[in-house]
Design a protein around this ligand. Structure first.
Ligand code: PLP
Length: 385
């Protein structure tokens, strides 16, 4: 395939400082990770509650692997759906206060599957410009018209809805925006959807486990029920520390997805052991509210310290704390400096964020210590001030 010129394309990506490489970890996920024999303070993971390597979660995984083996052997609709999958779905429905829940193998697939199962040509999907790539791609796959509004510009959304006479109207938003850390204006979104007979779907990948008294996410925090937000999607691989995702909503919604969501139907079910591990992490998430309290206090410690340093903080109360530096060069060099001091943070560039808003994405975990935060602040002072 030499004539496709992949090598010169890669050269261009490198020249723009957009080249991505993977760091090879030789340790469990946690607030300290090992790369190339060296230990780093990890401020780049989405393991917000510190459950990815929790002893009880690991033990549940091992026990279920002994009982069920590793592979699920087939898709859910053939013979891959075990008691563990089923029980987790029931517990997730309870947890979110929805009638039913359906587990998907990844969040990416859940979003692609939901939107394409519900919408087709002649329908329309409205999306915040900062929505996750999987939501945008789900919209494209569906064949519905895609209308994107500037981040948080709900007036624009409302105007755009008023001009629409298309069939089904779906409004989709991240609950907590993954690169900015701010929350969607949910109460307004709910009333806009009601006025315009549109359906609201919220992707709470970064809110679930983290927000709400029992970790029910942004919908629990705002007290919004299934009628107000008929489609809730969230992932299991972030706050809950395992892998996969789920959609929660009415009986009819879930049955429709089972019949029509191609990313559900045509894929192998997750291993039962992942489901068993998630059932335990879900319990820990609900029972151990100290994790959310500790996280909140670390977030405020970080924000106070960063403000004192004059860093460019964003209006985020969540464990996602971006620091916008505004160019690839600045992000790449700050990231390298921090790494040399033993701190890993996310280096986020286009297309994950708009050009000119390149940033460090710092994420906090309930397992971080206060002194790790102090250390990070000192390293940031040298790296970007
Ligand atoms: C991570 C993420 C996804 C994708 O979930 P995976 O399980 O990692 O595929 C979807 N939506 C949002 C907002 C996310 O942050």
């Amino acid at each position: 395939m030499d004539h496709w010129n992949l090598a010169s394309q890669l050269g261009e990506i490198k020249a723009q400082q957009l080249y991505r490489t993977r760091q090879v970890l030789a340790s469990p996920q946690g607030t300290n990770v090992v790369i190339d024999g060296e230990m780093f303070n990890n401020f780049s993971s989405n393991d917000y509650l510190g459950l990815a390597n929790h002893a009880d979660v690991v033990r549940a995984f091992q026990k279920a692997a002994n009982e069920y083996g590793v592979g699920s052997g087939s898709a859910h609709l053939i013979c891959g759906h075990t008691k563990e999958h089923h029980a987790l779905e029931e517990e997730l429905a309870d947890f979110t206060g929805r009638q039913r829940a359906l587990v998907f193998s990844t969040g990416y697939m859940a979003n692609m599957g939901v939107i394409s199962a519900l919408l087709k040509k002649g329908d329309v999907v409205f999306q915040d410009k900062l929505n996750h790539a999987s939501l945008i791609d789900g919209g494209k796959l569906s064949g519905a018209q895609l209308r994107r509004y500037s981040h948080g510009d709900l007036q624009r959304l409302q105007q755009s809805l008023e001009k629409t006479d298309l069939n089904r109207k779906l409004i989709v938003s991240d609950g907590v925006f993954s690169m900015d850390g701010d929350e969607a204006q949910l109460t307004r979104l709910v009333s806009i959807a009601e006025q315009s007979t549109a359906v609201l779907m919220i992707d709470d990948a970064h809110g679930i486990g983290v927000l709400g008294n029992s970790g029910g996410g942004v919908l629990e925090k705002r007290g919004l029920n299934q009628q107000q937000v008929p489609i809730l999607m969230a992932t299991l691989g972030k706050g809950l520390g395992t892998a996969g995702a789920f959609v929660a909503g009415s009986e009819e919604l879930i049955e429709t997805l089972i019949q029509q969501a191609r990313t559900y139907i045509f894929t192998t079910a997750m291993p039962a052991a992942i489901m068993a591990a998630t059932r335990v992490s879900l319990k820990l998430c609900q029972q151990e509210s100290w994790r959310r309290k500790k996280l909140a206090s670390l977030v405020s410690q970080f924000r106070q310290g960063a403000a004192q340093l004059g860093l460019n903080l964003m209006p985020s109360e969540t464990p996602i704390q971006p620091i916008v530096l505004g160019s690839n060069q600045a992000v790449v060099s700050a990231h390298a400096h921090l790494k040399s001091k033993g701190f890993l943070v996310g280096a986020i560039r286009h297309p994950a964020v708009a050009k000119g808003s390149e940033r460090l994405r710092i994420t906090l975990s309930a397992n971080h210590t206060k002194s790790q935060i102090d250390g990070l602040l000192m390293a940031l002072e040298e790296a970007v001030c």
